[in-house]
Design a binder for this molecule. Structure first.
Ligand code: APR
Length: 276
């Protein structure tokens, strides 16, 4: 976190919401919080990937349908992204949220759409961090079953045009127990065992403040969290360089604050005022 006196002054309404948040403060983060760590966002120009002569969008490759047709290519895409994430470091916003968890304990919960693992590496605990779209450091059996770490024999830095080698094929795509990336694909549904679906809805129904950072709001569960907050009259603080559905809700309901700017700019200041 930058020294406290370098933090920007929060607008008075945002400060009042933070200092008055006696109950659960629920954070929802998206790719934007990792942008300042150098991890490309989803819907930016790096969301494309070429297999042979075909150019795929992330939304096409991140599907069970694509994996079932070309498992090696889909694995190579995830291993490349894993290498990028492992080469990145948590930034001030990740660190501030981890420090805030230590201070607020059960009055803090983090729901992240990010699969980059940076919140955990910053010190947020797995118990209070729901990775609702999975984590690139893990794989799980295609046939079902618990996630496991990607075997250490699989290289971490991964060149963009690198294909799986025979050893990787053996550990990841063994005939008798093929593994898949531990992520939620676009043609799949949320569940509790892998993605904390019911726990997330429960948290949304309890939150006294919802803070949404760095997401376009393009997926179901995050939007649902926003809808629950609006229905319950729970205020929302939205941090994003651009307006999004969450900031539009804030505008419509007048319940909350839109802080237009980056995570690095606003999150440490929010955490300071949320610290009991
Ligand atoms: N600080 C805060 N927000 C930022 C920053 C920053 N420095 N830079 C960019 N943003 C914002 C963008 O304005 C955009 O609203 O982050 C958001 C990134 O949006 P997406 O790339 O769509 O990422 P996200 O919303 O997390 O995507 C949701 O979609 O593809 C699926 O499963 C994938 O988890 C992902 C989900």
């Amino acid at each position: 976190m930058p020294p406290m006196n370098d933090l920007p002054e929060l607008p008075a309404d945002a400060r009042a919401l933070c200092e008055g948040a006696a109950g659960l403060a629920l954070w929802l983060t998206g790719a934007g919080i990792s942008a300042e760590s150098g991890v490309p966002t989803f819907r930016g120009k790096d969301g494309y990937w070429t297999v042979g002569s075909t150019n795929y969008r992330a939304e096409e490759l991140a599907t069970y349908a694509a994996f079932s047709q070309m498992p090696e290519d889909v694995w190579a895409w995830y291993l490349y992204r894993r290498g990028v994430c492992r080469g990145a470091e948590p930034n001030a916003a990740h660190r501030a949220i981890a420090e805030l968890e230590a201070a607020r304990g059960e009055r803090h919960l983090l729901v992240t759409q990010n699969v980059d693992g940076l919140h955990l590496r910053a010190g947020s605990t797995a118990a209070r961090t729901y990775e609702i779209h999975g984590n690139l450091d893990y794989a799980r059996p295609v046939a079902g079953g618990a996630r496991r770490s990607i075997p250490a024999s699989v290289e971490v830095p991964w060149a963009k045009d690198r294909a799986l080698g025979p050893a990787e094929r053996d550990v990841l795509l063994a005939d008798d127990n093929p593994l898949r990336p531990h992520v939620l694909w676009f043609d799949e549904s949320y569940d509790e065992a892998n993605f904390r679906f019911e726990s997330t809805l429960h948290a949304a129904s309890q939150a006294s403040l919802v803070i949404v950072v760095g997401t376009t709001g393009a997926t179901n569960l995050p939007l649902h969290i926003g809808r629950i907050a609006v229905q319950r009259g729970a205020p929302m603080i939205v941090v994003n360089p651009e307006p999004n559905p969450f900031s539009e809700w804030v505008d419509e309901t007048g319940c909350g604050v839109f802080l237009q700017g980056t995570a690095g700019e606003w999150v440490p200041a929010l955490c300071k005022h949320l610290t009991p």
